[in-house]
Design a protein around this ligand. Structure first.
Ligand SMILES: Cc1ncc(COP(=O)(O)O)c(C=O)c1O
Length: 393
């Protein structure tokens, strides 16, 4: 392949690489130290929020959200069927009934109408996913959640830095989760995550459930080792805590990347818009729409292919791109209700025609930030050639 689907989204700068080595050599402790505090302060500053926590990945953040939002056995949680599996698994693990919402056919994001349609008296929470870097229609979704007294959870795994009407993704809901996984717009050495909690009282519970219930004593000890080095306690009834901590090297790097994320996102946006503009004579390929009130940070570059006029399909596009041009495009995201695990768990039923249609006709182009300009132009030219060949098939 000339252009692979890369498992490494960004290149680190020399300063970042130096920091990684410095903290690996000198960080003491190597976890739960000053770099965690520094990273969390950087996150609070960037998002303008009071409560942000570093965790080992976004799945962990969503597990903490499922727990802290008080979801219990039998509560219904509305989740888009078109997303990565980790959006839903934590809520299933917590005992919730997963109810699949459909996407809007144009934005490919969860549709407010579908959320509304799926509300019952058992609905406890709504999880929205700002997929591919684009923020959902938050005004309407917030109204729906307020009207029906529902917890609003934002899965921002793919949307670090994205905005809706000038406000950052992750600052609308009661809770938000971000991923710093290898392929995301920024990554802390392959794994990492962020949890944002709106309510200050709930936020006080987060550090304990994140780290084995470890906490200080509420009295002065005469000896630092008695009655124990630290206390283990949680102010939530009947809950066992986790250990979802992020190490110091990753936190130190995270603090630096927060300063650079807008620059990295701007490069993505510029390239994505260039690509989309170059495809304007090929209406058979449609992208997420540009909306002036949404800052899409283009985590990915997905498109829907309509080959009905030429009798071709998205698989033909992917096959030709990979076979003839050495470009590895892929298909994302398998509707969750079609996966064996979700079916086995009793969540195989859905009424999501738009999700099915998009999945069955989509092409996601490789879009790692470090792709050279030359390769990016080669991809544009190759896609045009493929689409032209398919027209003349
Ligand atoms: C939409 C979505 N949610 C959750 C996750 C889980 O993120 P992590 O790998 O950091 O656990 C991902 C990661 O791919 C994702 O894309």
């Amino acid at each position: 392949m000339r252009i692979e689907w890369s498992g490494r989204a960004i290149d680190y700068t020399k300063e970042e690489l130096d920091k990684i080595i410095e903290v690996a050599k000198t960080g003491d402790p190597q976890t739960q130290g000053k770099y965690k505090d520094e990273f969390e302060a950087a996150l609070r500053g960037y998002f303008g929020v009071k409560n942000a926590f570093a965790v080992a990945n976004a799945t962990n953040a969503l597990d903490l959200i499922a727990l802290l939002s008080g979801i219990k056995d039998g509560d219904e949680v509305i989740i888009p069927g078109h997303t990565f599996c980790a959006t839903a698994i934590p809520f299933g693990r917590q005992g919730a009934k997963l109810v699949w919402a459909d996407i809007d056919p144009e934005t490919r994001l969860v549709s407010p109408e579908s959320i509304r349609k799926n509300i019952t008296e058992k609905t406890k929470a709504v999880v929205v996913v700002h997929l591919y870097g684009m923020v959902c229609e938050m005004d309407e979704i917030i109204s729906i959640c307020k009207e029906n007294d529902l917890v609003l959870i934002e899965d921002c795994a793919q949307s670090f830095g994205a905005e809706y009407k000038g406000k950052k993704a992750g600052t609308f809901g009661d809770f938000a989760a971000f991923s710093l996984h290898a392929q995301k717009n920024i990554t802390t050495l392959g794994e990492g995550g962020v949890l944002i909690v709106k309510d200050d009282e709930t936020a006080k519970l987060a550090p304990g459930v994140r780290h084995n219930g470890l906490c200080g004593f509420d009295f002065e000890r005469e000896d630092y080792w008695r009655p124990a080095m630290g206390n283990v306690e949680l102010d939530i009834e009947g809950v066992w805590p986790y250990n979802f901590s992020l190490g110091e090297v990753q936190c130190a790097l995270g603090a630096m990347l927060v300063k650079r994320v807008d620059e990295l996102n701007n490069k993505r946006i510029k390239r994505a818009l260039h690509f989309i503009n170059e495809m304007k004579d090929f209406p058979e390929l449609t992208f997420q729409p540009e909306k002036e009130y949404i800052k899409n940070v283009y985590h990915l570059l997905p498109a829907k292919y309509d080959g009905s006029e030429s009798g071709s399909c998205s698989h033909d596009v992917i096959r030709m791109l990979s076979g003839e041009y050495g470009i590895k495009a892929i298909v994302q995201f398998h509707p969750l209700y079609r996966y064996p695990l979700f079916k086995k768990m009793g969540f195989g039923d859905a009424d999501c025609p738009n999700s099915d249609d998009f999945f069955d006709n989509m092409v996601s182009f490789p879009f790692h930030e470090w792709m050279s300009d030359e390769d990016f132009q080669y991809m544009i030219d190759s896609v045009k050639e493929v689409l032209t060949k398919l027209r003349n098939k």
